[in-house]
Design a protein around this ligand. Structure first.
Ligand code: ATP
Length: 513
């Protein structure tokens, strides 16, 4: 555990030291759970967004983009259910005065049972070797069955109580399970209360007739209210999707895991409109397609798992998370939700306008069903960044820090380094940068010994370093060094564009989907 915590601390300090992420308004000691993306962070974030946009919008003829405003008519949030139901159950510890999400305390307890079961399975696998039959073991081993069934019972009961808004039972469950404050061990809890997560603001200059608004807590509603505009102006045929990326705001009760849980964050969402009755087919399709997108980045198959929801949101008839193995364990990275016709019907009801589609093949009107994919851009950043950050011991016993980012996402694709600062090498190096910067984000660095410059680019995640030396003046060749293997090749300047492109081009990565 200590090791995991160290890893996480490293992630946070590396992000700051190398210009990826700073705490917001740091000169005033920061603002809780709000962060700024720095010079390299903004490039990485933009690249992740583009990778998503390419895969979701530009590679699908039946998905189009949208950029709806953050501020929306307040009735939107009444219709969507956010005013009444966008709550988290909070609980305070009377001794420590610390505040927690009651559902998270219970989920963490249930996850521990799950981990115990997994440990038993791993032990048995080691004992039986090749002959191990996991399926049989899980269904016959008394201990594993007990852990798994308790895990299920607890989550089901919590799902029921939250669904019925029975907060007393949520508290009773915490007491029965003897869950203690994770920081102090105290079991002296207050009652569980609901807390609305939306930020309120006002529109209008005078206090008397100002209109109460909310900062959007999700981007999805901008898509729903524009459903018919897009369908008509784009002559879209069901099934089709509308995608957008943008800021969302939630007044999170507990926000202390760096950019995992922020109060201002960015979502990348796609709403896919389908015929009623066909939603489960599309739900399964998008679950798999989205997982494949994640896997295409090569961060490791074992870092992902699905978690099917017991507790469904008010709008959903099926929901699953793609969880990622963050430095603090498996947590939600993306949600796939079958949202039924809840949102469009609610907007019909509140607006008095029809939000229906005429299906020429069926010759009938209906309110489409919706399957949503929703991934946090900041969580994607954290997943990519934390998994890529490595401390390596080299053959000569020295160590290096390398940010082995998928090269398609790397902020800078190549750095050009003149071996020394004279003899015309800087000018030639700059010329190479000027030529390649039309196609790639490039860097030029002439400070310090070349070995130190390599290390710096390794820590920034730059896939290639190109070194210009005296031989370059004679034969127009340079050395190109690969970040991960540290291998160096002598190549012609004229071939650089093609070498870099073959490794960072989105096509090459997305083809793996
Ligand atoms: P959680 O259970 O972690 O609070 P959620 O289920 O409320 O998340 P959704 O409403 O499904 O999240 O939002 C979709 C995605 O938006 C999430 O999968 C996550 O990646 C991202 N997201 C949600 N809340 C935050 C936040 N506070 N900070 C950063 N990203 C977030």
């Amino acid at each position: 555990m200590a090791k995991q915590e160290d890893l996480f601390k490293n992630v946070v300090s590396h992000a700051k030291e190398y210009g990826f992420i700073f705490p917001s308004s740091e000169v005033y000691d920061g603002l809780s759970a709000v962060y700024d993306y720095a010079q390299n962070g903004v490039e990485l974030k933009n690249n992740i967004r583009q990778y998503w946009w390419k895969a979701m919008v530009q590679m699908h003829e039946n998905i189009v983009g949208l950029d709806a405003a953050i501020l929306m008519h307040p009735t939107t949030w009444k219709a969507s259910g956010h005013v009444d139901a966008f709550n988290d159950p909070l609980i305070d510890n009377k001794d420590s005065k610390k505040r927690y999400r009651a559902d998270v305390l219970i989920e963490d307890y249930a996850e521990k049972l799950n981990q115990k079961a997994e440990k038993e399975i791993e032990k048995a696998r080691a004992r039986y070797g090749e002959a191990f039959n996991e399926q049989e073991f899980v269904t016959t081993n008394a201990r594993v069955m007990e852990y798994k069934s308790r895990n299920r019972e607890i989550l089901e009961r919590m799902g029921r109580s939250l669904g019925n808004n029975d907060l007393e039972d949520v508290k009773a469950l915490i007491e029965e399970l003897e869950i203690a404050d994770p920081e102090t061990g105290s079991r002296n809890w207050t009652d569980v209360k609901q807390f609305n997560l939306m930020f309120g603001t006002k529109l209008g200059a005078s206090a008397d007739n100002a209109m109460d608004l909310y900062l959007r807590p999700e981007t999805a509603q901008g898509i729903f209210v524009n459903f018919l505009n897009v369908q008509k102006s784009g002559r879209m045929k069901v099934p089709f999707g509308i995608a957008q990326t943008g800021k969302a705001f939630r007044n999170e009760i507990v926000a202390r895991q760096f950019i995992f849980r922020m109060r201002e964050f960015e979502q990348m969402e796609m709403q896919f409109f389908v015929r009623p009755g066909e939603e489960m087919k599309w739900y399964d399709y998008w679950k798999q397609t989205r997982l494949n997108w994640h896997l295409s980045l090569g961060l490791g198959v074992t870092n992902y798992r699905f978690h099917d929801h017991e507790k469904l949101a008010h709008y959903a008839n099926a929901a699953a998370d793609i969880e990622f193995n963050f430095p603090f364990g498996f947590k939600e990275l993306e949600g796939i939700h079958s949202r039924t016709d809840f949102d469009l019907k609610a907007h019909e009801q509140y607006s008095g306008r029809k939000l229906q589609y005429f299906d020429p093949e069926l010759n009938e009107n209906y309110v489409p069903y919706v399957v949503e994919t929703s991934v946090g851009l900041d969580r994607m950043f954290l997943a990519v960044f934390s998994t890529s950050l490595k401390e390596e011991t080299l053959e000569d016993g020295s160590t290096r820090t390398v940010l082995a980012l998928p090269s398609v996402l790397a902020p800078t694709k190549a750095a050009v380094l003149p071996l020394i600062k004279r003899d015309g090498l800087p000018e030639l190096a700059q010329k190479i940068v000027d030529d390649l910067k039309w196609d790639f984000n490039m860097a030029y660095d002439e400070k310090d010994a070349v070995g130190r410059r390599y290390r710096r680019q390794d820590a920034l995640g730059t896939p290639f370093c190109i070194t210009v030396d005296h031989q370059t003046l004679e034969d127009q060749t340079v050395t190109i060094r690969h970040r991960d293997s540290m291998k160096q090749d002598r190549v012609a300047i004229a071939s650089l564009r093609q070498i870099i492109d073959s490794e960072v081009n989105m096509r090459h990565w997305l083809m793996k989907m």
